[in-house]
Design a protein around this ligand. Sequence first.
Ligand SMILES: CC(C)(COP(=O)(O)OP(=O)(O)OC[C@H]1O[C@@H](n2cnc3c(N)ncnc32)[C@H](O)[C@@H]1OP(=O)(O)O)[C@@H](O)C(=O)NCCC(=O)NCCS
Length: 188
Amino acid sequence: MRHGANRETVSLRIPCAADAKALVAAVQASCDQLSVWLPWATADYGDDTAIQWIDGAFGASHRFVIETGGQLLGCGFLSRFDRLHRSAHLGYWVRTDRTRQGYATAATRLMTRFALGPGAFERVEIRVAVGNLASRRVAEKSGATFEGIARNGFCLHGVMHDVCVFSFVRGDAIPNAPRSFLSVREGS
Ligand SMILES: CC(C)(COP(=O)(O)OP(=O)(O)OC[C@H]1O[C@@H](n2cnc3c(N)ncnc32)[C@H](O)[C@@H]1OP(=O)(O)O)[C@@H](O)C(=O)NCCC(=O)NCCS
């Protein structure tokens, strides 16, 4: 499965315990930007929390590290599985010093292809706070369909936010791009 971001090869793979240090470093280096939209990204994010996330302790999900040249750039995830209606939510973050290079978009396309693969989900939803312009752009560029706004869809830091709802469903065209791939094997 191949997609891409700019000129570098981007890969997604299942995280392992050895990723914890790089994960903590990326979160801490990006805390100011991440925490606005992802309240778990606090300054005291540490090894224990990273290991818990890697191990799937925060609920059923598929978790991926996004990397290039062996450097962890961020993470992506499929979560909130609804087995009855065959849907999942898709999320992502990228360390601040590596943003605006297409990585989140490439990761979104790869995860969507995985999620809508044979026997998997029928719908992938991306929910983005209205004010999160960068993430909205990622959803748009990835090829997701904008469905509308869910009023008061997120509570972030005690404040309600309207939420843009984007989706992919089976049969949608997912734009292609070179130089990226997803591995569902654990580790690097
Ligand atoms: C959102 C995020 C994942 C984007 O990662 P990224 O690797 O920079 O994404 P991409 O490079 O694929 O695309 C980003 C797009 O947003 C645009 N963008 C970035 N900041 C923007 C802003 N403040 N206003 C408008 N557009 C913006 C970029 O220009 C780019 O669009 P372009 O290619 O048309 O120029 C990253 O900024 C991040 O981790 N943010 C904090 C966590 C977060 O919000 N996660 C999503 C929760 S729903």
